[in-house]
Design a protein around this ligand. Structure first.
Ligand code: SF4
Ligand code: FES
Length: 252
């Protein structure tokens, strides 16, 4: 395959960025998207150029670091798939592909396709944990958990914190990520005692960051590589309202 890439290059968050054009020749259809970029970078370096900076770690759809906008879609054209698990066979020979970093005020560009997602870390720090001592791993049946709750908690826990939901949202909202992190703990018995403090802390931190507000576009759900449904946003909003009615404030 021969592809033409239009890649966003930006030295750092304080510099202006621009698109650069690169020709990617002899691309194997079985390469992943990141492997294709590796080959482009090798050739760039051989020619004395600066490689395209992009984030990656596991390359197995687990770590959530590899996101980028591919032709305007977070993680590219294949639903339920991270950039690292997207293969070049989903493109056509001769395609022109535009590659950009996540576009969100809350995720400043660090370099080229790499953005700073530490706003997500601060939301987790505001309550995305269980602070009571839960002891060692209990026997499977010691704490009964309704099957529907267990399945729902597991579904929420598949969020890999990639940020595609924010990048695709026209408002740059972080509700899908935050609600998944609120829910996977709140649905289980061990997470229940801190349920209301957790939702207040995490939602108020989310609002303190540069994210926008949710207005139900559902773009987040459409691009989430783990197919997290927006039902969790409704659940988070309900929990937040109940917590506020109970007079809960964020713990300092
Ligand atoms: S909700 Fe989906 S899109 Fe958003 S951070 Fe989690 S895995 Fe990524
Ligand atoms: S590199 Fe880890 S999810 Fe893509």
């Amino acid at each position: 395959m021969h592809l033409t890439l239009h890649v966003w290059r930006q030295a750092d968050s304080g510099s202006d960025g621009r698109f650069e054009r690169y020709e990617a020749a002899d691309v194997d259809p079985d390469m992943s998207f990141l492997e294709m970029l590796d080959v482009v970078n090798e050739r760039l370096q051989e020619d004395g150029g600066e490689p395209i900076a992009f984030d990656h770690d596991c390359r197995e759809g687990i770590c959530g670091t590899c996101g980028m906008m591919i032709d305007g879609v977070a993680h590219g054209p294949l639903p339920g798939t991270t950039t690292c698990q997207l293969h070049m066979r989903h493109f056509e020979d001769g395609d022109e592909i535009t590659i950009e970093p996540w576009r969100s005020a809350a995720f400043p560009v660090l370099r080229d396709l790499i953005v700073d997602r530490s706003a997500f870390d601060r939301i987790i720090e505001a309550g995305g944990y269980i602070s009571v001592n839960t002891g060692s791993a209990p026997d499977a049946n010691e704490i009964p958990v309704p099957r529907a709750d267990a399945e729902s908690a597991f579904e929420a826990a598949t969020c890999i914190g990639c940020g595609a939901c924010v990048a695709q949202c026209p408002n740059g909202a972080a509700q899908l990520f935050t609600s998944a992190k609120v829910s996977h703990l709140g649905l289980l018995p061990q997470g229940h005692p801190e349920r209301h403090d957790r939702v207040v802390g995490m939602v108020e931190q989310m609002e303190a960051e540069a994210f926008g507000s949710c207005s139900n576009h559902r773009e987040c759900e459409a691009v989430c590589p783990k197919d997290i449904p927006i039902d969790f946003i409704a659940r988070m909003n309900r929990d937040f309202l109940v917590a506020k009615l109970k007079g809960r404030h964020r713990r300092s």
